[in-house]
Design a protein around this ligand. Structure first.
Ligand code: PAF
Length: 284
């Protein structure tokens, strides 16, 4: 049996555009899966969706320095391009775009995309600059590749809403598709940052999903969201989370505080367990 050749990989915007232009000339539909690498089954589910919907799938791999704050984990963020490339190739991806920092942010780069309102609350409040970093790089990736569809995990629910908003506001001719969160059997949402958990913390981590799922159920039954938020915070603290940044019931589209379940709502939470800051969300 022959050894499969490695996944076609490009590192410059001009090479990326040349590959995609050739596909376009053949009338092929193109899907984009933006990632920061350290891939797990959550990312693989994005690739699977793209491969199912589109004739060609581009996966991007770029650990974006602009979305990490001071003291955050940019330096230690797990990186393994070879393994990531093999994983997405096995799912049928056609091209990897893995640019260096100087290709994405060449000397003198100074334009930023800020999504006002949606990007300023929750994650935007606790990680100042995070969504500007995400919105800037995602705008660039979309304009560099101009895919038909781009795939993002619902695990980062607020990020997905921010991206949908920037696409609308900037008239980028792309559809952003949200893909359901992939979970471990005990409910923990897959995340590259789960690697930071010790075995003891890993055993405590599913409390996050269990708690917000209970909040969602009770809000759906007509209970008061504010009372449930207070209960959930205590529940997480008792479960070993040393800081709860937020646990909140929000309107699913605007992320404004939800008064009840009369409109689609979402329970979102972010809390610290050891060195890991875990986020999760569920629909009401
Ligand atoms: O969700 C991520 O992995 C990143 O925020 C993204 C969308 C690839 C932008 O760097």
């Amino acid at each position: 049996m022959g050894v499969a050749s490695p996944l076609d990989t490009v590192r410059t915007v001009s090479d990326l555009r040349a590959r995609i232009a050739a596909w376009r000339a053949e009338g092929l539909r193109v899907g984009l899966v933006p990632t920061m690498g350290a891939l797990h089954d959550g990312h693989i589910s994005l690739v699977k969706n793209s491969v199912a919907d589109c004739e060609k799938t581009v996966v991007t791999l770029f650990v974006n320095p602009a979305q990490f704050g001071e003291g955050e984990d940019f330096g230690v963020y797990p990186r393994n391009e070879e393994r990531d490339a093999e994983m997405v190739q096995a799912e049928g991806a056609d091209l990897l775009f893995a640019p260096g920092v100087e290709e994405v942010y060449p000397e003198g780069h100074s334009t930023k995309v800020h999504v006002g309102g949606l990007g300023d609350v929750l994650e935007g409040e606790f990680r100042p600059g995070f969504f500007t970093g995400v919105a800037t790089v995602v705008t660039k990736l979309l304009l560099q590749s101009l895919p038909d569809e781009a795939y993002f995990g619902e695990k980062d629910y607020q990020q997905l809403q921010v991206i949908k908003k920037l696409i609308r506001d900037l008239d980028i001719p792309v559809t952003a598709t949200g893909v359901k969160t992939v979970r471990e059997a005990d409910g923990l949402a897959l995340s590259s940052r789960n690697a930071y958990l010790t075995p003891e913390e890993r055993a405590q981590a599913p409390i996050l999903h269990g708690t917000i799922a209970q909040v969602a159920e009770q809000v759906g039954r007509g209970e008061n969201p504010r009372d449930l938020e207070a209960w959930a915070k205590g529940q997480l603290e008792r479960g070993g989370f040393w800081q709860v940044d937020y646990v909140t019931v929000r309107d699913a589209a605007t992320l404004d505080e939800a008064a009840d379940a009369s409109r689609p709502a979402r329970v979102l939470a972010a809390a610290w367990l050891g060195k890991a800051r875990l986020i999760d969300n569920v629909p009401v």
